[in-house]
Ligand binder design. Sequence first.
Ligand code: MSP
Length: 643
Amino acid sequence: MSDTFYLTTPLYYVNGVPHVGHTYTSVIADAIARYKRMCGLQVCSLTGTDEHGLKIERAAREQGLSPQKFTNTYAATFRQAWKKLGLSFDEFIRTTEKRHGEAVAEIFERIKENNFIYLGEYSGNYCVNCEAYAPQGVTDCPDCGRPTESMSEESYFFKLSAFEEKLLNFYDSNPDFVVPATRMNEIVSFVKGGLKDLSISRTSFSWGIPIPGDEKHIFYVWFDALTGYLAGIGFASPSENFEQYWPADVQLIGKDILRFHAVYWPAFLIAAGLEPPRHILVNGWWTVEGEKMSKSRGNTITTDELIDLVPPDYVKYFLLREIPVGADGNFSYKLLLKRVNSDLANDLGNLSNRILTMIESYCKGQIPESGEPETRDEELKQFSSETIDLFRKNFDSLQINKAIENVWELISMVNKYIVANEPWAMGDDPAKEDRLGTVLYYSAETLRIIAILMAPIIPTGTASILKQLGVSKPIEDHRIPQLAWGELEKGSPIGKIQAIYPRLDQDELLSRVEKGRQQKESPAPPAQETDVTAQKKEIGIEDFAKVEMRVGKIVSAERVPKSDKLLKVQVDIGSEVRQVVAGIGEEYAPEELPGRLVAVVTNLKPVKLMGVESNGMLVAAGNKGKPVLVAFNEPVRLGARLQ
Ligand code: MSP
């Protein structure tokens, strides 16, 4: 087996902010990446953003921004969301990067050289939402149901029709290319139904990568985006990295983008003389309270909202435990609360606390010596080792929810073991010291195994358990295939006991959810109320320390339509370019702002002002009610924090 492992998420469209559906795919990817690292593999886990195409061009225009500025802002929201969730991606590819453009040109040249590209004419009905032509004669998009637009244009074609046989042979020799199997069957029947050549260029709009040598054409967004999986590991500039990682081991996708990944993608790759990925893992879709998420229903659970309300481990645990990877799921805060309070707070949190507290009270805070084991001790040890095997078997076949269930059976077993042995009744009896030591050693050792197995899924709490058990090696440095009984050192001190996984309070959480929704629905506050002076009245000194202000440089500014006061400002704060709506339009002309250094409040929840998203606030002093921007006279680093 090779010692590298490459996995990818889809590259997310940047016409909106990340939500629970995107979070799901990214969370699965993170758990697999962590697991494979803990199996000793050298992992590259890639995510990124898909930034070209008509859909993005139009969305940018609606907000009065150039597509590049628009995508800069949204790409940053994805990067930040994954960072806040503590996801461990190694690579983030944006399809507007130079290395990506070069990779697209390179794969095109290879396919062309192999005679699978020709110039022709395309006319048909195009769905802008899915960035795909509908079959001949179909007016509503077969994927999303929206009306299509009729288009006709000169186009470069990819000879997909030449790949019917090749693809069927490939599926035949790789029956688990698409997982789960039902999705594989869907694809096989689709290809058996016949394949038509695929138009891979557009001339009717310009937001894309130009075709080398014929620049009035830009690449079809799917041809462009799929290549991101190659670009992110150095395809354009031949590198060892690419040789090491391609073909990808697992490419994660949602069920809606199966055809692109299981038909077009392997065909493009074979045509370019490259190997297709080993597996395409297809996840189902999340509904919210039983309904499809959509802007018009206003029921989208954004990743930001979710992380504000629920700690990352709880989010990850719920998403991965609740449903098998291929199935659809229903998201509701009530279900989430029920699941995490029962499993994380009651089962795992209490178990950890119970074992550590007894070691603290009865064994002077040191891992006890274990005496001669009895049958029930041996049974627990045996069950732990069987759990490791089952967990690995299930995780290796990407049945993550089953792997978690295996660990929970062990948790239940050790809980029963503790109850049956009643260590608390032996605490004061010197004759039972040996037995007490054995029971607590066996319990603590089982807890160590539980923490290590669960580390890929809930890395924060499990790292804390291990630290509390006095294990100094960082949790991610443990190797799951080598995980064996008996590594806790007798006599070593345990760490400071801390509660992990506190219960989430249902009333409090639901009322915060409700409050958030009302804020979303209520009209945007007038601009002057968002200046810092107005907010300062309401906050205490300790709250003030929570306000994060950073140095930024204004990149561009323009008026918000129909408002005298509001300016839409793009401001570079070092790590990213933020869009901020500022109520300074009567005092400052947009043209005089670019290049100015300003102070920006950077840790505010995004709000919409007159329909325009504002992601922060410019700091201004009130001068007779008129704002005056805070400025810097000395050179100062962008992003530096004001203190
Ligand atoms: N840009 C394309 C992918 C190009 S890959 C080279 C795209 N982007 S997307 O942002 O629309 O979707 C990204 C992923 O999020 C897809 O896998 C999609 O299935 C997933 N989800 C979007 N909404 C979802 C749910 N409600 N539930 C689960 N996953 C969902 O498609």
